[in-house]
Design a protein around this ligand. Structure first.
Ligand SMILES: *Cc1c(COP(=O)(O)O)cnc(C)c1O
Length: 384
C-alpha cells in the first residue's frame, strides 16, 4: 500500500479519563459550581454527603475522606500507633505507597510473596513473614493485603492468619474499590480499608483524594482528629501529632457524580475484561477471577514467557497501542526498599511475575472496535 494513502494511526489512550468527563458533562460542571458558589472548600457539605454515600456503597458503617490513598494508609497506621520496632507485613508486588507509609511511621515493612494466579498476598507467606519479623527482633503488628489490579485478596484466609498471629488487617483497596468478595464489597472485609481517588483508579476524582472505610467508631474518631493536626475538642486544641489531609470539597462534589455511574462502569469493565479473555486466552496467560469474587479491573494484566513482553510492547507502540508494566521492579528490588526484610530471604513468585506481566488499555469506555484493534494486534505480535 502507498504510504501516503494509508489512514493515520489513531492513538488509543491507556485509560480514557476524558470519555467519562464528556459523558458526565453538565453534572460535573454544576457540582463544581455549587462549591464555588458556597465557598466551603474545606470540609464542606459535599464531603459529609460523599462520605456517607461511599460508606453505603461499600457496605461499611463509616467512610473518612482524606487527601490521597497514601494518606489513607498512613492515617490508619498512625491511629493504630504503629512505630519503631513494629513490623508490618505487605506484598512486594504492589505500588510503593503500600510499604512507604510503613517506613514513614518508623516501622519496618516485611515483604511476603504473592500467589501467581491472583497476584495477591499468599497467606502461607504471611505466616512465614511473622517468623521473619521476629527473627529480626521486630514485633509483628499489622498486615496490609493489596487488592491488586482490582481483584480482592483472599480476605477470609488473611483474616484467619491475622487472628492466629494477632495482626491488624489494613486492606489496601486503592485499586480494588467496588470489587466484591463472596458478595461483599471491599471496605467491609477488613477492620480498616484504604482507597485512592487518583484519576486513573477505578473511582477517580479530578486531582488527589482518598478515604478510609471502617465499621469502628473509635477508629473514625482518631482518623478525623489525625487528618486535622490531631485536633481535640476544636481546631486549636491539639491532643496528638497529626497531619493535614482532607478530601477537598470540590473533589467530593465530583466523586458524588461519579459514584452514581460507578456500578454501571464496573459492569462495563467486566464485559471488556471478558472480551480480552475470549480474544487472548490461547496466546497469553489471561487473568482468572476466583469463584465468588469480582474484579473492578483497575488493570488488565496478562502474563507472557520471560523476555517476550518488550517485543510485544515494541510492536504495539507504532500502532498507537500503549502498554504499561505494573510492576517492573517489585519493592524489595527498589533502591529505597532494598534494606528491608524479605520472607525466607527470597520471594520467587514476585520475582517471576515482575518479568512476565504487561497491562493492556483498560477503562469503562473502551469500545468494541477499538478493543478488537488491540486484540488483533496482540495476537498478530504473539503469533508472528
Ligand atoms: C495508587 C495506589 C496507592 C496510593 O494512592 P494515591 O492516592 O496515589 O496516594 C496505594 N496503594 C496502591 C496499591 C495503589 O495502587
Amino acid at each position: 500500500m502507498n504510504q501516503s494513502v494509508r489512514a493515520p494511526i489513531v492513538p488509543i489512550p491507556f485509560i480514557d479519563v476524558g470519555a467519562q468527563r464528556r459523558r458526565l458533562g453538565r453534572a460535573i460542571d454544576d457540582a463544581i459550581a455549587r462549591v464555588t458558589t458556597h465557598c466551603q472548600f474545606i470540609q464542606g457539605p459535599e464531603v459529609i454527603a460523599f462520605e456517607s454515600e461511599l460508606a453505603a456503597f461499600c457496605g461499611a458503617r463509616y467512610a473518612v475522606g482524606c487527601a490521597s490513598g497514601t494518606d489513607a494508609l498512613l492515617l490508619v497506621l498512625m491511629a493504630r500507633g504503629i512505630g519503631p520496632g513494629d513490623a508490618v507485613i505487605c506484598p512486594a508486588f504492589t505500588f510503593c505507597a503500600t510499604a512507604e507509609v510503613v517506613v514513614l511511621t518508623g516501622a519496618t515493612p516485611v515483604f511476603a510473596d504473592v500467589d501467581a494466579t491472583t497476584f495477591n498476598l499468599d497467606t502461607a507467606s504471611v505466616t512465614r513473614a511473622v517468623a521473619t519479623a521476629k527473627r529480626h527482633g521486630l514485633t509483628p503488628k499489622m498486615v496490609i493485603p493489596v487488592d491488586l489490579f482490582g481483584l480482592p485478596a483472599d480476605h477470609d484466609a488473611i483474616a484467619a492468619v491475622a487472628k492466629a498471629e494477632g495482626l491488624f488487617v489494613l486492606d489496601d483497596a486503592a485499586q480494588g474499590l467496588g470489587a466484591t468478595y463472596k458478595g461483599r464489597r471491599l471496605g467491609s472485609l477488613a477492620p480498616a480499608t484504604a482507597t485512592s481517588f487518583f484519576p486513573a483508579k477505578p473511582l477517580g476524582c479530578y486531582g488527589d483524594g482518598g478515604a478510609v472505610l471502617t465499621d469502628d467508631a473509635g477508629l473514625v474518631e482518631l482518623l478525623k482528629s489525625l487528618r486535622v493536626h490531631g485536633q481535640g475538642s476544636d481546631r486549636y486544641d491539639n491532643v496528638r501529632i497529626g497531619m493535614t489531609s482532607r478530601l477537598d470539597t470540590i473533589q467530593a462534589a465530583v466523586l458524588t457524580e461519579k459514584l452514581k455511574i460507578f456500578a454501571e462502569e464496573i459492569a462495563a469493565r467486566d464485559r471488556i475484561a471478558q472480551r480480552y479473555a475470549d480474544g487472548l486466552k490461547d496466546v497469553a496467560l489471561v487473568p482468572i477471577v476466583p469463584e465468588g469474587l469480582t474484579s473492578v479491573w483497575a488493570q488488565y494484566t496478562i502474563r507472557l514467557a520471560p523476555g517476550v513482553r518488550d517485543g510485544l510492547a515494541g510492536k504495539l507502540r507504532p500502532q498507537g497501542i500503549p502498554t504499561v508494566v505494573y510492576y517492573p521492579k517489585p519493592l524489595h528490588r527498589l533502591e529505597a526498599y532494598r534494606q528491608f526484610p524479605v520472607v525466607d530471604n527470597g520471594i520467587p513468585v514476585t520475582d517471576r511475575l515482575a518479568e512476565e506481566v504487561i497491562s493492556l488499555p483498560m477503562h469503562a469506555y473502551l469500545d468494541a472496535p477499538t478493543q478488537d484493534r488491540i486484540i488483533e494486534a496482540v495476537r498478530a505480535a504473539l503469533t508472528a
